[in-house]
Design a protein. Structure first.
Length: 296
């Protein structure tokens, strides 16, 4: 069975209109969604010591995500301020990660051993782990990084050589420009997959240079917070798990059915994207990234 690790950011998303905070953050969401699929999951990141940190930490621990290698510092946990516009989450402010910006992760030998036990390690542009990427690459079989919609070319050049999967949020960007951006990321060194999420326009995914498109499973959203994170998590755990069994059959096996890695890979990509679209749509029926709101 797969084991996955979210490494980096956690926050509370503060919904200012209802004075309610929900646990979230790109790396944390990845670990939580995977755990909700029944997969063994860990989270390695930095917490403050305020009420927000306590709420995130207690919630995630109770869900069953391993927090044994997390750090705790005096100070304010990361938070984002949010409003909803007809179910679409809009960020209106943040404290830029709080203590996690002041005390960036510096991985130890014990951390390296811990990280090496996971099949997928997922981090993000908001995690302040750029300097640790070479170490993570050295001990991880599959590294994923979410660049959101904020990465410039130099940043992509810095990070891409150390990752297997890059994710970008593209919103209303023209498709031709999205494809150019995806190709650039691969040229910068990303080894395997580039995922471009486009909200209600669906997703565009490039796997080993081949493009795939996936329509969204449209629903009337309660809250789109975590829609992209849930899509990426669902796709990656399904795809990586499937490809662990991939092999080319000997020529003597014949040519009936699927007998090659290439043929199996296409099936794994398409089925993974379908499941991700369905899961992401369901997640849009929840408040916050995955529920567990608390009045502040």
């Amino acid at each position: 069975m797969l084991r996955v690790l979210g490494l980096g950011d956690n926050v509370v998303d503060k919904y200012m209109h209802i004075r309610t905070m929900y646990p979230g953050g790109n790396a944390l969401n990845f670990a939580v969604y995977a755990k909700m699929f029944g997969i063994e999951a860990g989270y390695l990141g930095i917490f403050g010591d305020d009420e927000a940190a306590a709420h995130v930490c207690d919630t995630v621990r109770n869900i069953g995500v391993d927090l044994s290698h997390c750090r705790f510092y005096r100070g304010e946990n990361g938070y984002a301020e949010v409003r909803l516009d007809n179910g679409d989450r809009v960020f209106i402010g943040s404290n830029k990660g709080g203590v996690s910006k002041e005390h960036s992760l510096q991985l130890t030998e014990l951390d390296k051993d811990y990280i090496s036990k996971f099949d997928i390690v997922h981090t993000s542009i908001f995690s302040y782990v750029e300097n640790e990427l070479p170490l993570i690459r050295a001990v991880s079989p599959f590294v994923s990084m979410d660049f959101s919609d904020r990465a410039d070319e130099e940043y992509l050049k810095q990070c891409s050589p150390y990752i297997d999967c890059a994710s970008i949020s593209c919103g209303d960007m023209e498709e031709n420009e999205i494809r150019r951006q995806m190709i650039r990321i691969k040229e910068f060194g990303c080894k395997h997959i580039v995922i471009a999420t486009r909200g209600a326009a669906g997703a565009l995914v490039m796997v080993d240079g081949h493009f795939y498109e996936q329509s969204p499973c449209l629903v009337e959203a309660v809250d789109t917070m975590g829609a992209g994170d849930s899509f990426i998590t669902c796709f990656l755990i399904n795809y990586v798990d499937a490809m662990k069994d991939a092999r080319d059959f000997p020529l003597a096996s014949g040519t009936k059915g699927i007998t090659t890695v290439t043929g199996y890979q296409e099936l794994a990509v398409k089925s993974g994207l379908y499941r991700a679209a369905v899961y992401s749509a369901g997640n849009c029926q929840k408040d916050g990234s995955f529920g567990f709101g608390k009045v502040f």
